[in-house]
Design a protein around this ligand. Sequence first.
Ligand SMILES: Cc1cc2nc3c(=O)[nH]c(=O)nc-3n(C[C@H](O)[C@H](O)[C@H](O)COP(=O)(O)O)c2cc1C
Length: 207
Amino acid sequence: MNNNAKVSKAIIQEHFAGFKLQYQEEIMKALIIMGSRNPDGQTARAADGMIQGMNISEIEQFFLPRMKIDRCRQCDNAGWGICRTKGECVIKDDFASLVDKIKGADVVAFVTPVYFGDLSESLKTFLDRLRRTCMHESGKENIAGKKCIGICVAGGGGGGAPSCTVSMEKVLRTCGFDIVDLVPVRRQNLEMKVEVLKITGKWLIED
Ligand SMILES: Cc1cc2nc3c(=O)[nH]c(=O)nc-3n(C[C@H](O)[C@H](O)[C@H](O)COP(=O)(O)O)c2cc1C
């Protein structure tokens, strides 16, 4: 097995003229969801370390503040909506397409700048809605048990990364992810953590 692809199945198909051996390649797909809007910032630097370590071709990265993802409307008076009954959200924005990306990925990384010792607003808003849809069987299909990692980058004074990872763990666990690691990063140790994240990215893909 190499880093780039896993040949997982050999399908033998019978044709009129004989047998044809067809290999179906399964490429590892990684999805990186950024709670920052800055592709050149410290949060992106941490994500880039992990991406470098992953060394695969199928990586998609989304910057949530650039997408249209509204806050939950708490649709009915009890606070629920079709998230509970259908595993979907009533709001027509970029939420559903990003959820589909998660469902289609082998591994997902959530990377956020630390704001007030917590997740950024854009990531919080997305995960607030995701955990609701994951309460329903169809909503959590292809999400429950999926490998994910969280990275929290405190780029100001440097405090609050550990508490941010605690917030992240709580919401990702509610969604049903298999959280394989949570990495707190602070401005003062960013370059050291980038090296750790390169190894982490490699491990995520090969494990
Ligand atoms: C509203 C707000 C709150 C912040 N709170 C913290 C904090 O609790 N701890 C910290 O070290 N940095 C804090 N920062 C600084 C950010 O973590 C820092 O700007 C971020 O890592 C850089 O973002 P970028 O990598 O997306 O450019 C805060 C920044 C903002 C805008």
